[in-house]
Design a protein around this ligand. Structure first.
Ligand SMILES: [Zn+2]
Ligand SMILES: [Zn+2]
Ligand SMILES: [Zn+2]
Ligand SMILES: [Zn+2]
Length: 359
């Protein structure tokens, strides 16, 4: 019997009532409890001795905590866990403290989950695993994700030191990309094409840009921006029926010479927009006149696609073309090839206009 138990007066009418109430629910009243509300009882079924509140006994609302612990211990063992004694003053209610037998880490888990054998894992071991997976995938695990989704964590991408929320499974497989680097890359590609990013597009493949040259706004596919394969539709529309030129220029900056191909209805204005270095000298190698802008554009696109592989990297050309025109620059050794194309076209244009005159 517990030390706290003191004798009670069996002749007291209240005590007599408590004895009766205990008997009715399979208990035997042994003595007083830790305070006025409690009494010490012998549980007839399991032979354990325990304190309960008198009110709870009356309502048959009590359970043997030692039997419960034994049951939880057994359930824990089945999951390779050990049930630990709840630390005094602990605020654990429906949860208990367990130790994983394998790794010896301790963790608070709900007994219901232990019973089901699911919805729990060793969090410490899991963090160790995530750290290792992150390292293997070029990442550093920072901590909780900002987006609050349980599948995400915040990582630092070691290559660029940008931080980003990534799913743990993508971190494991390396299936991620740096969205900040991507924004920077898209901005570079845009500026190389004479564009400025304005806002998001209709989906992740599109963005809205403004043309540096004319200020018109247009939604363009990112891959078209990357390849420089776009025109301003508004300008295109208005210049479609105006006479235009396809031109080939030779530009010399210091010791570097290159060819610049393009089409325009105002060559002088176009060249100004390149913002070439002051030291640059420029000669017009070939000018082909078209009656309609649309034909000039069509021919220029044809050359652009045909000789895409020969073009000088537009990012590299930006140092000479900070304004525009960094696309469609060719090395000097393309002179004969491009000249042949332009002269062939010139012949075709001439014969078709001769033909028209004959008509
Ligand atoms: Zn018991
Ligand atoms: Zn562990
Ligand atoms: Zn980055
Ligand atoms: Zn425009």
């Amino acid at each position: 019997m517990s030390n706290e138990t003191t004798k009670i007066d069996p002749n007291c009418s209240i005590t007599k009532r408590h004895i009766r109430e205990a008997k009715a629910v399979g208990l035997t009243l042994l003595g007083s409890g830790k305070d006025r509300k409690y009494r010490t009882y012998h549980i007839n079924k399991c032979e354990h001795i325990q304190q309960f509140q008198v009110g709870h006994v009356k309502e048959n609302n009590f359970r043997c905590s030692r039997c419960l612990d034994m049951k939880l211990s057994k359930e824990a063992k089945a999951q390779n866990l050990s049930l630990l004694t709840t630390p005094p003053g602990s605020k654990l209610k429906s949860q208990r403290l367990y130790r994983f037998n394998e790794c010896e880490h301790e963790q608070v888990i709900s007994p219901a989950n232990v019973r089901k054998g699911k919805d729990f894992k060793c969090n410490e071991c899991f963090e160790i695993k995530l750290n290792k997976e992150a390292k293997d995938a070029g990442l550093r695990l920072i901590g909780k994700a900002n987006n609050k989704n349980a599948n995400y964590r915040q990582y630092e991408i070691l290559k660029c030191l940008h931080r980003q929320d990534i799913t743990t499974s993508n971190a494991r497989t390396g299936g991620y990309y740096c969205s900040q680097c991507q924004v920077i890359k898209h901005a570079k590609e845009a500026s190389a094409g004479g564009l400025t990013l304005v806002e998001e597009g209709k989906d992740s493949n599109y963005r809205v840009f403004s043309f540096n040259e004319c200020g018109h706004i247009q939604e363009i596919h990112l891959s078209a921006v990357r390849d420089g394969n776009f025109v301003c539709n508004t300008c295109e529309e208005t210049s479609r029926d105006l006479p235009s030129e396809v031109y080939m220029l030779k530009i010399v900056v210091g010791s570097f010479s290159y060819l610049k191909l393009g089409y325009t209805n105002n060559l002088i204005y176009r060249i100004k927009r390149y913002k070439l270095p002051e030291s640059a000298s420029l000669s017009r190698v070939k000018i082909l006149k078209f009656k309609k802008g649309r034909d000039a554009h069509q021919f220029e696109s044809f050359l652009h696609i045909k000789y895409k592989a020969n073009v000088i990297d537009q990012v590299a050309m930006q140092r000479f073309h900070p304004g525009s025109g960094s696309t469609e620059c060719y090395p000097l050794d393309m002179l004969d090839t491009l000249m042949d194309e332009l002269e062939l076209k010139e012949t075709q244009l001439k014969s078709s206009s001769d033909h028209r005159i004959v008509q």
